[in-house]
Ligand binder design. Sequence first.
Ligand SMILES: Cc1c2[nH]c(c1CCC(=O)O)Cc1[nH]c(c(CCC(=O)O)c1C)Cc1[nH]c(c(CCC(=O)O)c1C)Cc1[nH]c(c(C)c1CCC(=O)O)C2
Length: 355
Amino acid sequence: MSANDSPAGKQPTATYESAFLKACRREPVPHTPVWFMRQAGRSLPEYRKVREGIPMLESCMRPELVTEITLQPVRRHGVDAAIYFSDIVVPLKAIGVDLDIKPGIGPVVERPIRSRADLARLRDLTPEDVSYVTEAIGLLTRELGATPLIGFAGAPFTLASYLVEGGPSRNHEHTKALMYGDPHLWADLLDRLADITAAFLKVQIEAGASAVQLFDSWVGALAPADYRRSVMPASAKVFEAVAGYGVPRIHFGVGTGELLGLMGEAGADVVGVDWRVPLDEAARRVGPGKALQGNLDPAVLFSSPEAVEAKTREVLDAAAGLEGHVFNLGHGVLPTTEPDALTRLVEYVHTRTAR
Ligand SMILES: Cc1c2[nH]c(c1CCC(=O)O)Cc1[nH]c(c(CCC(=O)O)c1C)Cc1[nH]c(c(CCC(=O)O)c1C)Cc1[nH]c(c(C)c1CCC(=O)O)C2
């Protein structure tokens, strides 16, 4: 079979047959695949070195730099997948939203979006707006060989929370005020963001990403009924828009124990789980027909190698009966994590699960 007739389009057969993509498809795997959210970034000295003096958003627009940063954790840790180096606010910046990523704070929006007039500032995203993404993914897929590349985007709720609050928020009060107080404007805002997010994921898949993850990091702030009514239609629209490509769609959020079933129902093939719900219980909540991803507490990596192994065994034991399991942390790598702890963790999961 040549590169072009593998079942998922243009990706090489070796990529299609990788442990990561097999686990996402709930097929038997030679070992449990591992990658880490935020595997590229401040925990790596080689990252800090190449980023020196370059603002975060600018670094996302330089294809050679994006390629180097994306490859760093693959080289160092031997993870089973790469995640495209970018940020959830990159597509918003690309359509002209006046935002920046402030070191130690996160995304900050100059003029928050809270009215119908504000909404008009969110225009459609075209592939030309993010031509550097297409270019970087072209470079990357050549370098990665059989290692799959995960594309990603922020989900409509999490993007809305930054746009409406104007920055990171603990309680999401302005966001919830809009959601409960002006449901029509809220629905239109989320629908707009769904179109932008879908367009951004399509660019990544068409350029060569083998899977996509939708980060709804802050949606755990909602009760299930509100999620179903006010958020799920927009997230479902994103998943539906990319369904035809046949690449696995991963759906992740933090503190989403009560939402896991709905997050699967929204259209995910793989549901990401944080460390608060054991994977066997998560599987009961998600139901059959979906793989799970997770879920070691990232803070565990600050304890002794023996303690890390013991906690990792707990995760693997809880995952033993699953149809498909992608090992990951329950949230992103913390910036002060010792890189060697991550390398050891990859080796441990691979050895322990070798079949
Ligand atoms: C909520 C969210 C954001 N960005 C992202 C999310 C969803 C994931 C999650 O829940 O953690 C997604 C993201 N952001 C970044 C990646 C890179 C890919 C990877 O996982 O390796 C990914 C997947 C790079 C980044 N994005 C950011 C950094 C740090 C900036 C730097 O290195 O200078 C990186 C490597 C900035 C950012 N951007 C955001 C935050 C909260 C921050 C941290 C602010 C800080 O502590 O400085 C918004």
